[in-house]
Design a binder for this molecule. Structure first.
Ligand SMILES: [Zn+2]
Length: 277
């Protein structure tokens, strides 16, 4: 008989995807001694500012390592694919979104077989705002989970990280309130990419009733803030470290999921990841 699966594996697309959406649950799991790991599919090499998008992969790997250290999670597992860029950009050759699907799923199945997590986390199918790498990793990780779950000792629970519509509206209000507090009246107007992204966030947020799982992560908020700050190349407006605590708690203090497997019963709601966190 194989040993029962144990622990938590998060599978995301870019260095920094993890800290905002699941950094709290990773920190909570790690603090409880639950084996906790992260797979990062791409090098995030197109995560630079508009006009200078190319970033050094070692820089982003280093930032992710620092973020994981802040969360108490071991060395991330890098799949090493090239960033595909936003959905309205020209797709670079040999990027993650066009990588052979079977190859990616196979690599994820091998990692699942080696680590034997009980619980797997990845993006919602829409990838929160439609980034091709987010959409791709959600599909590949979900397929790898389904195959692995059929085997003895395979994973038992799959969550998609998702933002409920009410949560997105609340985040928008908090961002505006914080910007006003900082006196950002002279801040640069949003770029075309920013506007597209905002539209996609709204389109892809999940109806509240579809979100099954809301985890309170306020007890590890400082670790989550440190993880976010570690991704210095992605901090365009200084981040949330200086916001009033109550505002930070409302913005970053809850993490939200749709439980995909086992499927929820009608109206089922939970406040933890099936006992793991
Ligand atoms: Zn991303």
């Amino acid at each position: 008989m194989p040993l029962p699966p144990r622990g938590l594996l998060a599978i995301f697309a870019h260095p920094d995807d993890e800290s905002f959406g699941v950094g709290g649950v990773l920190a909570l799991a790690a603090a409880r001694g639950v084996p906790t790991n992260l797979v990062c599919a791409t090098d995030g090499d197109l995560g630079g500012e508009a006009g200078a998008r190319e970033l050094d992969r070692d820089l982003r790997h280093g930032e992710l390592r620092e973020a994981m250290a802040a969360l108490g999670v071991p060395e991330p597992i890098f799949l090493g694919y090239r960033d595909s860029g936003m959905e309205n950009w020209a797709r670079p050759a040999d990027c993650f979104a066009t990588a052979d699907a079977e190859e990616v799923v196979g690599r994820l199945e091998s990692i699942l077989a080696e680590l034997r997590p009980a619980v797997v986390l990845t993006f919602d199918p829409g990838g929160i705002y439609g980034h091709p790498d987010h959409v791709t990793i959600s599909a590949r990780a979900t397929e790898a989970y389904r195959r692995a779950a059929r085997r003895p000792g395979g994973p038992r629970v799959l969550y998609h990280q998702a933002i409920p519509r009410s949560g997105l509206a609340e985040m928008g209000r908090l961002q505006e309130a914080f910007a006003a507090l900082r006196g950002d009246a002279t801040a640069a107007p949003p770029t075309e990419d920013d506007l597209l992204q905002q539209r996609r966030f709204v389109e892809l947020a999940r109806p509240d009733e579809e979100v099954t799982t809301i985890v309170d992560v306020r007890s590890v908020l400082d670790q989550k803030l440190a993880a976010l700050a570690a991704h210095a190349s992605q901090m365009r407006d200084g981040g949330w470290a200086d916001a009033p605590r109550e505002m930070v708690e409302r913005f970053l203090g809850w993490e939200t999921f749709v439980r995909v497997d086992p499927p929820p019963l009608q109206g089922e709601r939970e406040t933890d990841l099936r006992g793991v966190v």
